[in-house]
Design a protein around this ligand. Sequence first.
Ligand code: HAM
Length: 399
Amino acid sequence: MGYVEERARALMERYAVGEIRIPLLERTELYQRSTGETSDIVSKQMYTFTDRDEAETTLALRPEGTPGVVRAYIEAGMDRSDPEQRFFYSGPMFRRERPQKGRYRQFYQFGVEVFGRADAACDAELLVMIDDLRRDLGLQFQLEINSLGCGKCRSAFRTAVLDYGRAHFTELCHDCHERLERNPLRLLDCKIDVKLAEAAPKSLDFLCAECRKHFDTVLDLLKSAGVEFVINPRIVRGLDYYMRTTFEVTSTNLGSQNAVVAGGRYDGLVETLGGAPVPGIGFAIGMERIALALEAAQTPRAGLMRVALIALGEAAARRATELARELRALPLQVELLSTERSLKAQLKRADRIGANYAVIIGADELARAAAQLRDLGASAQREVSLANLAAELYPARRD
Ligand code: HAM
């Protein structure tokens, strides 16, 4: 996971997105007003407790990052003074779900939120960003995209789904019975009523001219950037704040918990939480799921080449200490092995740490200002002069 975070942070630098640190605890009310009372997250999965203050405020361990970022953004007055902002955050989230592979009660998200941009180019930029990360990690993703429309289109769509649900009430599952009146759109992503969900009204058929144009522009920009996608009308998302573009990214290397990234546009949210009417859009990456996808794909990681430095004898150890610094500065990843162990034991250690090369310096080599360079993958060994060692090892990278 550390590796994925490292790559994601490097990507943020290239996209000029700055870090924001948000608290693990927020008032429960924040999530009720944003994520939504009827969402599974708020109605079933939050860890809440009562504070010790007189008002007995209810606090919640954050189940997602978006509401906290919006709250902090408004509290800092940015919605009025400097609305266009790009943030990323990284850290644990908490949801009381049934644990299984890829689904945990404490899990890590790496999220991005952009404020003050209503244009379709911003939606496309975030989706290209996700595709860049995919490419960087050497994974295969599928991007599924949809548009829920604005408040106007959404309410006509909601009514149509509600009517549809009522007409098929007896065929609905237990969960859909319960949530139909409160949050009818959830019918569309029901994992049980799949057939009914597929035949249900689609938000794309209810888009007003402006929302249609916005969606078409996003798709057009994705095509010109070479990002593959499929339109999936069932991506309605279980959280209340979305409008217009919504998306989910799945990994072909995972089983049932295969959504690795999800997000969308939330233009009304800053205002709902007491700020100015500033548009917003973002996504969050499920870090454990990406790590699992990497493991399943056995994708080699780009990284520093690893060298095990083996010194035999005191004089060689002195030279090796100096040499280790020189090699690390290249940069290479260097572990200076215990000089008190035998050559055999040190070579075993070199294998164990997955070193690409072992550099061996004994008294004889030291006298010739040379080292034995052993390619551990190929089990081949040759002598090189210490003066040439850096050039021999670098810029070869482990991949
Ligand atoms: P979400 O779909 O609830 O969206 O979560 C985003 C991603 O977090 C999921 O696609 C999944 O990879 C990961 N995830 C969610 N729950 C778990 C879990 N229990 N265990 C492991 N991984 C999990 C949000 O949270 C929104 N805040 C995304 C967003 C940001 N929308 C706009 N901005």
